[in-house]
Write a protein that binds this ligand. Sequence first.
Ligand SMILES: CC(C)(COP(=O)(O)OP(=O)(O)OC[C@H]1O[C@@H](n2cnc3c(N)ncnc32)[C@H](O)[C@@H]1OP(=O)(O)O)[C@@H](O)C(=O)NCCC(=O)NCCSC(=O)/C=C/CCCCCCCCCCCCC(=O)O
Length: 715
Amino acid sequence: MAQYTRISGSVGLITLKNPPVNALSAVVRQGIVDSVERALGEPEVKCLVICGQSGKFCGGADIREFGKKMTGPPLIPVFHAIEAAAKPVVAAIEGIALGGGLELALGCHYRIAHSKAKLGLPEVTLGLLPAAAGSQRLPRLIGVPAALDLITTGRHVTAAEALQLGIVDQVTDHNTVDAAVKFALSVAGQSLDARRISTFPCPRLSNLDAVFEAAMQKVRQAARGAIAPVACVQAVRAAATLPYAQGLEREKELMATLFTSGQARALQYSFFAQRAVGRWSMPSGARWDTSKPKPIRKAAVIGLGTMGRGITVGLAQAGLSVVAVETQEKQLMEAKQAVSGMLERGAKKRGVSPPLGNISYSSNIKTVGDVDLVIEAVFEDMALKKEVFQQLSAVCRPGTFLCTNTSGLDIDDLASQTPNPELVVGMHFFAPAHVMKLLEVVYGPRSSPQAVATAMQLGKVIGKVSVAVGNCQGFVGNRMLSPYLSQANFLLEEGATPEFVDQVLEEFGFAMGAFRMSDLSGLDVGWRVRKAAGLVVPGKPARMRQGCRYSPLGDLLCEQGRFGQKTGSGWYQYDKPGSRVAKPDPWLHSFLEEYRARHGLVARRIDHQEVLERCLYSLINEGFRILEEGIAAGPEDIDVIYVLGYSWPRHRGGPMFYADMVGLTRVLERLEFYHQAHPDVPSLQPCNLLRKLVASGTPPIHRWREVIKKVHSQL
Ligand SMILES: CC(C)(COP(=O)(O)OP(=O)(O)OC[C@H]1O[C@@H](n2cnc3c(N)ncnc32)[C@H](O)[C@@H]1OP(=O)(O)O)[C@@H](O)C(=O)NCCC(=O)NCCSC(=O)/C=C/CCCCCCCCCCCCC(=O)O
C-alpha cells in the first residue's frame, strides 16, 4: 500500500509500504494515485514527499506480477500525474531506487538521496527495458551517452555518482525524509516549469548516428543473442530523435515485444532462482531455516596455487582474518606477492584501502590451530588431499570445519580421514575464485546440517551465490559437462570440426564453445581425471571403454603435448603458448582425417541442429538424473550453477529451464532418436525422471518438484 500522512502542517508524505523492497504492486500504484489526488486537493498542503518504508525507497515494478493479468493503474499515467502536479513533489531516496522505483523518482520534480543509496534501471537484466517512461526521461535528464550506459548495462550507481550525473539534486548523510521535507518546503510555491523532465529537450549530439552505431555494436557483441539490450538502445534512440509522446509510443512498442518474450521469462526465472537456491534442503530433511550456521571470523587456506590465492583474496576482501599456508617457501613468497597485487588492484577499483593486514602467511600447517574453518585448496589429487586432511585433524582445535576445494573428488572418502566427518564439506570454487559468483557447497552423507549451513553462509559473506549439492563424481556442474564434452568429441569423429561445433554453441549463446573452453582450461585436466578413472589405456586408442563408446581424441592430443592455450596448441593453434586467439589448425584437420580412416569412420555432413541437440540434450538428460538421485534439490539449483559457473546464456535461463521451453516431449523424442542411432552411448538414453515427467503430462518447471518427490518416495 501507500500511506498518506501530513507532516509539518503543510507537507503531504506518501510512504510506500510493500515489504521487502516496496515494489510497485497494483495496490501500491493505486495507493500512490489516491494519495497524490488527496494531497493536491488539500489546500493546506504546499508540497509532497514520496518515500519508502524501512529505509528502501522502491525496488521497481513488482516482478511477481509479470505474466499475470494486469490490474490496478498502469505506471506511466501514475508518474505523469505526479509530474503534472501543481505542487512540488520530492522523492526521498533511501536504500534503493531501481527500475520503476527510479522511474517514479524521475516523475517527481526533485530527488534527494541518502549517501548510501543505490540507483539504477536494471530492467535489461530481466529481459525488459525501462518502459515506465524511464527510457525517455533519463536521456533528457543526463544526456544520451550516460543514459545509454545505465540503461543497457542495468548497473547500479551510488548516490555520489547519481549526483555527478545529475540524476539527483542533493545527497544527504542524515535523515533523508527530513532533508526532503525541508527541501520541499524551500521550493514550495516556485514555478515547476523547468522541473518536468518529460518537457525537456533531449541534449543534442553532433555525432548521434555514430554514438548509436557504437552502442548497438557494443551491446550486440556483449549480448550473445539477448534481445533486451538491443531494444534498450532503440528506445534511447527514440528519446534522442522523437518528441516525448512519440518516444513513449516507441518505448511501449518495444516493451510489448520484450514483455512476452521467452528471454524475459528466462531472465526473471533466473532472478528468482538465484534467490531460491539460498533456501537449500538436503535429502535428510535438513534445511536452511532449521540449520544454524556458525559465525566464521578466522579461516585458513591451505595451498596457494591459483585457486588458493583467489580464495584467500575473497576471504580477506570480505573482512575475514586469514591464515594462508603454503609449505614450499618459494611458492609462499610468490603467492604473497600475487595475493597482495590482486588485493591492491581490487581496492583501487573500489576506492578503498587493500585489506593486506587481514592475511598472515605461513609455511607451517600448525599455524591453523585457532581458526574456525579451513579451506584446503591443494592440487586435485586424492592422496595428497587425504594427507592434508590427516594433518589438519591433528592440528585444528575441536569443532573446526574442514572444507575442500575440489571440482569432483569424493567428499566422503576425504571425510573418512578425520575423526569428525560431520565437519567436512566440499567448497567447489570456480576460477578465478575471487571473481566468479558461483560456489558449489557439497555435502557428503555424513556432513552435518550445521557444516552445510556454515559453508553456505560463508559463501554469502564473500559475495557468492552458493548452491548446496550432494556428493557424486563431478558434483552437478562437471558431471553434466561430461556427456556434453563427450558428444562434442563424438561429433568430431563422425565428421564435424572443432570450429563448427564451437560456432553452433557460441551462436546458442555460450561465451565459448566446447573446444575453445577445453583449450582454455587445459586438456591435461580432463586427461588426468580420465587416467584416474582407468579410461586412458596407452597405446590403445580403441573407441570403447568399460562397455561404452569412448573417444580417445583428447588423450591422443595430450600424448602429443597439446594441452591447449598454455602449450600453444590443442583443438586449435595459438601464436604462442598462453596466447588467447584460437585459430583453426590444419594439422588437427589432417589428424582427424587420419583418425577416421584408421577406425573405418566415414565423415558425414553434420548439421547445426544435431550439434545443438546432442550436446545440450545429453547434458540436460544428466541434469534429470541428478534430480532423480536427489543430488540437486530442484531444477533452479542446476540452472543457477550453469548460468553462473558454465557461461550458459542467462537469457536462456539454464539447461533445465531451456528443456522446459523446448518442451520435455521434444527433448525425450530427440534423445530416443539419438540413442537409437548410438546405442553404445548411455548418456543419450532418456532417464527415468524425464520419462515420468512426460508421462505425467509435462508439468511446467515450477511443478517438477512434485513429480521428483513422488519418484523419490518410490525409491
Ligand atoms: C537490490 C534488491 C532490491 C535487494 O537485494 P537484497 O537485499 O540482496 O535482497 P534480495 O534477496 O535480492 O530480495 C529480497 C526479496 O525481495 C524480492 N524482490 C526484490 N525485488 C523485487 C521486485 N522488483 N519485485 C518483486 N520482488 C522483488 C526478491 O525476490 C526477494 O524475495 P525472495 O527471496 O525471492 O522471496 C534486489 O532484490 C534487486 O535487485 N531486485 C530487483 C530490482 C529490479 O530489477 N527492479 C526492476 C524491476 S522491473 C521494473 O521496474 C520495470 C518497470 C517498467 C515496467 C513497466 C511495466 C509495463 C508493462 C507493460 C506491458 C506491455 C506489454 C503488453 C503486452 C501485451 O500486449 O499483452
